[in-house]
Design a protein around this ligand. Sequence first.
Ligand SMILES: [Mg+2]
Length: 260
Amino acid sequence: MKKNNHFELILFDIDGVLEYQGKVYPGAIELTENIREHGINLRFLTNSTLKSAKSAAFKLQSKGFNAYEQEVITASKATALYLKELNPRSIWLLLSREGVDEFSEFIHDSENPEYVVIGDCRDDFNFSNMNKVLQKVVEGAKLIGMISGLVDSSLGSLELNVGSWVGMIERAADVKATYIGKPNRFVFDLILKQFPTIDRKKVLMVGDSVASDIIGARNAGIRSILVRQGEFSEKHLSKKVKPDYIIDQISDLSNILFNC
Ligand SMILES: [Mg+2]
């Protein structure tokens, strides 16, 4: 193994990297096992807000991956950890499914929230709720978006994503939201804090999204590898943003990690 390919921590995006639309990519399970056998640390870093760390780990396990809850950071989990540091008086959480479980320790108050916290709340992105969010933010509640992505196709068809709704409130209320998930540095720092002795040059982000994974890695000062899978499109590549490596499929990562 060449010195410059010697990584000590590998961060895997999940959707589009290990699996996509219900199917595990060939070689993905074997790759993660191989990484463990080589004593390299790994974490699963997803921008999913609907899943909790627990439910995301369970989903990976059900598909055959060895994945532990402590190794998974979802955008909802990261947002809950961010809020915990702020110790808010109250929050109004707009979020669906298991991601909600990450926020059980907070005081929830949609009438007098200190923070309005927005993840994917599916059909609850309606006029009544968004109008109420606008009013609370104008009255002084601080706005947090779990992720900044505008659109998403990981569930099979193109959908509006959290950043579109939060961006609408930012414009209407003339405020700036705080965003937590990739590509924001906070979520990377959260993981890297667990590995204080590892040099950032020895940390690799593996992703299919230039906007969240590759730009996020650059923001965090770590290396990145782009996989031409999942949501990747050639038009996402630009001269300004260059991953350290590009591979066609996730199984090719072994060549970079172990055979060079
Ligand atoms: Mg992805």
